[in-house]
Every structure is written in C-alpha cells, then in structure tokens.
Design a protein around this ligand. Sequence first.
Ligand SMILES: C[S@@+](CC[C@H](N)C(=O)[O-])C[C@H]1O[C@@H](n2cnc3c(N)ncnc32)[C@H](O)[C@@H]1O
Length: 313
Amino acid sequence: MTAASFHIPVMLDRVIEVLQPTPGKLWLDGTVGGGGHAEALLERSSPNGRLIGLDVDEAALVAARERLARFGDRVVLVQANFAEMKAVMDNLGIKAADGVLIDLGTSSLQLDSPDRGFSFVHDAPLDMRMDRRLRRTAADVLAEESAEELSRIFRRYGDEPQARRIAEAIVRDRARQPITHTQQLAELVVRIKGRAGRSMHPATLVFQALRVFVNDEIEQLKRGLAAAVDVCRPGGRIAVIAFESVSDGCVKNFLRQMSAECVCPPEFPECRCGQKRRLRLLQRKPWRPAADEAARNPRARSARLRAAERLEV
Ligand SMILES: C[S@@+](CC[C@H](N)C(=O)[O-])C[C@H]1O[C@@H](n2cnc3c(N)ncnc32)[C@H](O)[C@@H]1O
C-alpha cells in the first residue's frame, strides 16, 4: 500500500482556507501522519514554503517521509509529541511558525494495521500505543487497573453508558484468563451490552476510551494547544481537527478561554483575572465536513475543525 492510498486528509479544503498557505511561510504540522495535509500545505506554498512535521508514531513518519520526499529540504520530520513542539522548534533554531495544524486521533494506517490493536476489526494484541516508546499497552491497563478505575476510564474518555458493568466483567474474566487481544475485549463488551439495534459496534466507545487513556491524549492535547499558541507568530493561525467529544470539548474550552477578554467568574463585580487575550476565534461553531466528504470518507463523519488567529500580545 502506498502512503498516498492509506489516509485521506479530512476537511482538506477548509484547512487550506483557514491556514492560507503562501510561498515563504512556515507551518508546524503537529500530527503529520501520512502527510496528507502537509502535502497540500507544501504544494500550495511552492516554491519555498516550509513545514515541520511531528508525529509520535515512527510508522507514520516513514509514510510521511515517502509522500513528502519530493519537497526535499522544505520539510523537516521529527518523531516527537506535539506537546514538545516548542522544544523541537528551539532545537531547529526556528522562532515562530506562520500556522499550526493538529489533526487528532488515529490515522487509517494505524487503524488498518492488524498488529497495532486499535480496532476490533482485526484480532490483534491489545497494544493501542501511538508512540511505541510508551511503557503501558491497553492490555497492561486492562490487567492492572481496578474495576473503579476502568469504569472511570470508559465513562470519562468514551461516555460509555455501561462503563461499570463492563469494568466489573473485565476484572472477573481476567482472574481466569488475561485479556490480551482485541477480539476478546470486543466479545466481552458484546456479551454485556448485546448487539441489537445499534448503529455502531457495541465496543466502539470502550476501544476509544482505552486508546485515549493509553496515549494520555487529553493531557497531551492541553499541553499541545498551549505550545501552539507559544510557537504561532501574531497573525498566524491555529487549526485543530477533533473526532471525539472528549477532545473537541478540550479544544473548544481552550480556544474560548484564550480568546476571552476576561475569565473571571460571572459573580465578580469587576475584572480581576488580568487575562491577556491571545487568540481571535475565526468562527464560534466548529466546521463540519460537507455531506459529500462524509459519504466518501466515513472516517470524516465525526470531524470538527476549530481555528483561531494569534493576536499580538
Ligand atoms: C489523524 S492522523 C493525522 C493525519 C494527517 N493529518 C494526514 O493528513 O495524513 C493523527 C496522527 O497524529 C499522531 N499523534 C497523535 N497524538 C499525537 C501527539 N500527541 N503528538 C504527535 N503526534 C500525535 C498519530 O500517531 C497519527 O499519526
């Protein structure tokens, strides 16, 4: 499979409209993945626009390197967490970017790789680490955490309504046999929730919650958003695509807070927060994919894009 065929960049036209690539500019793509968005940014900023692409996943960087090879030294790819984007820029001796893109979640490459354990479509070891240097896999989490903690994880990161019952079943089952494979977990969830009348697989939310927890996605996202504001030059733009309500909620709150004049509680008679407004929201509501994109690319259906412009402060 070629790099170009495995991951279709989501809401590409809108991302381009928001980030406005032009020659001579520099972009920081915090989640370069298969390089789809990056390729479009580089094409539209020819002949000399540049891009720094980060990803925690080595396999993604291999694919991105192949797809972006024709841009030569206009691209620098680094295996790094986007939470560390400031340090990466410092190491490269670059002060600021003209735009930052963060496209969250898993790539099709990850979902479709049978050995990564992100999907119940393939029977595979329950790994789910995007960054394989992380210590704990999903199987480790299922083996080590208490029923209370597993229940919290499924509720907090998946909004799973049967979180408690599933967590208790995991703890009961693992006493007989460790839960190490995707099919084992998927079957356990089906046993508890049943299958009837569902528009999505019963295990979807449990798999999502485990992935978010294993990769510490919400904490990394908070750090990444703060870093994006630091590295983006005034007048530059930050665009974030999220697929799950737990991450989109985090993006929405962050952008709202950074673009507010004051963040004092409403009962305060006067402003005491000393807030410095650092962003201007481009649009209050998120952009959603058009119907034809959602029909063409089912992965895009739940995408929400939010964007803001960096202000002078
Ligand atoms: C949806 S894909 C990006 C696809 C890419 N925009 C494209 O068009 O090909 C998300 C990527 O982000 C990476 N990722 C997730 N969290 C990350 C983080 N905290 N830092 C860096 N990369 C991360 C994943 O490994 C995955 O490759």
